[in-house]
Design a protein around this ligand. Structure first.
Ligand code: HSE
Length: 293
């Protein structure tokens, strides 16, 4: 049996929504899974890191067990579109692909809440995996409450500095405690984020994406981040939060300003090879799996 799974790139946090907000992007990793053989191969990357293999198989096995079965041995080929360890949810895509593949391989359906629980346990946070599983803009809590809003009519212009950064390393720069004033600041901003996406009040995003819980600690360590943010905002971007834990940043732009923002970011990237720009749409589609034969 062969199964194909498409799992989108995601951006987490959106500034103030630390560990809670996520959004799916129109860039997908394609996993082709074949029973009766064993293996794991990434196509489109120079090295073969173990991380994706382990996460995919852990998700496959956990989901199969939850469904009361056992996952068969499989060979997996991944056509990689999402840069690894870039802040665009490549780990989440491996996990969500494993969750989705198990359901097709065992011909059993898992409730969305259970799929989210398994994926969030493996990823460590619900934000990327909620967006990857369900698409759109997601709001997900640690204990599994999730709501989804449609993908906004905005462009998502990613500045990727070309360096890798794992989430665990990026979290080490964060303090263990936060000031009450900063928590209140983020509560206000995160509430505005919900309003902005729910009512398509996108002018609010410049205020709503402001953050005091993680960006002030992270931004100074991200290559060219300040330069990219200034260029994007000057060219008309609404906001430019760090994408997940970085090192990428995500410029949010209305369609009318998006080309100018992309050009401005491409000029920054050209000064700092191998930095590059991914000019993307937001995506309503989450992870989808289908049997090929
Ligand atoms: N929200 C996480 C972080 C990244 O900012 O560390 C994605 O799970």
């Amino acid at each position: 049996m062969r199964v194909a799974v498409r799992a989108p790139a995601t951006t987490a946090n959106l500034g103030a929504g630390f560990d809670v907000f996520g959004a799916a992007l129109a860039l997908e990793n394609l996993f082709t899974i074949e029973t009766g053989r064993e293996g794991f191969r990434l196509q489109g990357v120079p090295v073969q890191p173990d991380l994706g293999r382990n996460l995919f198989h852990a998700a496959l096995d956990r989901t199969a067990a939850e469904l009361g079965g056992q996952a068969p041995k499989v060979a997996v080929t991944v056509d990689v579109a999402v840069p690894l360890r870039s802040g665009l949810g490549s780990s989440a895509s491996a996990i969500c692909a494993g969750v989705a593949a198990a359901q097709v391989l065992l011909s059993k359906h898992l409730a969305p809440a259970a799929a989210l629980r398994i994926a969030a346990e493996l990823d460590g946070h619900p934000d990327n995996v909620a967006a990857c599983l369900f698409g759109g803009v997601t709001i997900a809590t640690d204990d599994g409450l999730v709501r989804r809003l449609p993908a906004p009519d905005l462009r998502a212009i990613v500045f990727y500095p070309g360096t890798e950064l794992g989430t665990e390393a990026a979290r080490r720069s964060l303090g263990r405690e936060v000031l009450r004033a900063d928590a209140v600041f983020n509560l206000g901003r995160a509430s505005l984020l919900v309003y902005a996406f729910a009512l398509q009040d996108y002018d609010l995003l410049s205020a709503a994406c402001e953050d005091r819980l993680h960006e002030p600690q992270r931004l100074p360590a991200l290559p060219y981040a300040q330069e990219a943010r200034e260029a994007a905002l000057s060219a008309g971007a609404l906001a430019m939060p760090i994408s997940g834990s970085g090192p990428s940043l995500l410029a949010l732009a209305r369609p009318a300003q998006a080309d100018a923002v992309a050009l401005a970011l491409q000029a920054v990237a050209a000064r700092h090879a191998p930095a590059r720009v991914l000019d993307l749409a937001f995506a309503d589609r989450g992870t989808e799996a289908q049997a090929l034969d």
